[in-house]
Design a protein around this ligand. Sequence first.
Ligand SMILES: Nc1ncnc2c1ncn2[C@@H]1O[C@H](COP(=O)(O)OP(=O)(O)O)[C@@H](O)[C@H]1O
Ligand SMILES: [Mg+2]
Length: 324
Amino acid sequence: MTVEVWVEKYRPKKLEDLADQEEAKAKLRGFIKSKNLPNLLLAGPPGTGKTTSALILAREILGENRRDNFLELNASDARGIDVVRTIIKEFARAKPTGGAPFRILLLDEADAMTSDAQQALRRIMEMYADNCRFILIANYPSKIIEPIQSRTVMVKFNRLKPEVIVETLKKICTSENLKCDLKALQTIADLADGDLRRAINILQATAAAGDGRVDEKTVLFVMGMAHPEELKEILELAIKGSFNEAKNKLIDLFVDRGLSGPDVVKQLFKIIPKMETLNDDQKVALLNILGEVEYRIAQGADPVIQLTYFLAEASRIKKQRRFL
Ligand SMILES: Nc1ncnc2c1ncn2[C@@H]1O[C@H](COP(=O)(O)OP(=O)(O)O)[C@@H](O)[C@H]1O
Ligand SMILES: [Mg+2]
């Protein structure tokens, strides 16, 4: 059985189906209407609709002629200076066929190309401007050499808002006949950080692990994260002085779930400010200690030992007069 990949299954085929990105869509709609295209630089964070938009443009503008007049080179294709001088040049210099107005070359992750390769690309863009339009895609447009930047129209894509991500996930749940808790979808949106590809992948992994049910517990399990309530409980135990119990529960979490140290630290950073049993000074003190712990884990220190130290400090926090 082949498993269908949802990010592909639910890749929008029309501009109207692309969520949000209103500014980008307005610009692209204009190009489709006029059946004309400048060289483009689609810029923005991953999973926001750049490749999808480029594919839609090619389909809408070239129609049937797309087969013979469209070439996509993505990050897995070599795109060094040799490829620019051979494959890309060959494609760009050939006359469009079948009555197509021009050919379209899509270069994904163009910001990963060396500046030599980009210089060679720039010359080809100039030389064959009549035959071929270039759509470059970049996470970091500043890594595109200035002469290319000035020869392209930049279209910016933004991180998708959590609400937009939740709405998109809801539609997929309906279409896949999944029972989805709203809380679970919000947690996924939180974790995805504006990246819809990531969100859809988490949803699919959760649905697979949860046998068609998508709830928060399964999301966190799939992501190797602790439930916020569990961590809060551990922290509360430490604060009221039950250091050993807290420590044992933490170790259980790491062993049972294969949690990652940096993820737990990140979660604790969110939990501490919400602890009702601590006053502001105590919260600041704990956040400071957690900051040290985060640094040491990043430097390679053992996360369990570091977090145990953190719990030990937490269990003293109420006894320290200066924090009262
Ligand atoms: N704005 C969007 N609206 C709807 N789906 C999106 C959007 N952005 C990304 N996706 C989803 O994420 C997948 C990857 O999007 P893609 O356009 O390849 O992102 P990138 O910006 O990294 O090129 C798509 O197949 C689609 O399922
Ligand atoms: Mg892409």
